[in-house]
Unconditional design. Sequence first.
Length: 399
Amino acid sequence: MTNIKVIKKTSVSYIEIIDAICLIMSFLTPCVLLIFDSSVRAFYYVKIVFLLMLYLCALYKYIFQLTSIEERVVYGILILFGTVINLFNDSTFYIVVFLSSICYKNIKLSTIFKYGFRVMLIAFILTILAFFIFKFNYDKTLFPTSTNDRNIRYSLGFTHPNTAAAFYNLIVLFYYSYKKKLNLSSFSLFTVGEIAIFLLTDSRTGLLFYSIMMFALFLNNFILFKKKWFYMIYILFAICFIGSFVLGAFFQNSWLNKLLSSRLYYIYKVLHDSHSIKDLLLGKTYSYPIDNYYANLVFEQGIICAIFCITCFVLTILICYKRFDKKSFSLFSMLTIALSIICISENSLKMITSFIFIIPFVELNCKNENKYFKQYIYQGYTSNIQEVLSFLMLDHAEI
């Protein structure tokens, strides 16, 4: 076995400072895009500035830290793809995912989860404070329809109440992903927070997924999802994906449609709309809600994006199967199964599904480590990265 020399460092270099900033920007930019409303001119320019800053961070990483031809070609194609999607259907989701993935280069997965959690938590708290103190995005507060007995639903500064709830669930997911555990105090704190968010947003979807997540964490201590059963996740996903269109095509007037609040009718409607080749490939925005993740993925984001997302899903399951220990894979499997089922009647959880993009891109980054990273391993380079991150985020106490 080849011994690799670990070089001890006595000071933090400018490279590590830039890398730490790049990692923070990879999480801060999606937060800004989710919070600020593009219809307000000032907010639109704020979003453009943050997106350009993320471009610059990714460009730095691309030029100086991607030394493999494979990486350069893959990321070059993906950035071009994300830019095209952004130009045609005004979606920044994919370009942000690809730019952020480049920023993860030479950063451990645990560090990504740790500081992703902290950046998102700070952004979440500041947004809520701005909402109540300065009435930020207060016009996004929703009043109920006649079918809802609530007087008001608060968006908490986000573009929709369900977005705030989904964002909170993603924060909890990131916390567990780096801690690998959830003690009584953190469980109690997160649960109180979830109850408060539910009372303010009336997001039943958010409460449902949080409850499933906590139940899965509890169940995972006693029952493990066997690795050899991983193919069942693919089968269930395929059933949910195809089943959504089958139900929409043939059961749009059934009791099931009423149970799902006319979601099947809207799938039926979009199936019978006229679509150009461009719309089918790149997607378009519809005047009526498509509150089904699978139908939304195909029609509003396009077939190309759907193929990409399914590919990432398949790769994520395979990587988790090979890299995760039994307990982590078991938890991941249970949450994936639950999310696949919930997505039949919900689209607001697509933010959580973005979690699947992180793992395959980190795997790609690790597959082609450059010489600079290898010479420090984790004892030198990464530890200094964490010192810089701790300083930039005023991290003097363990969260």
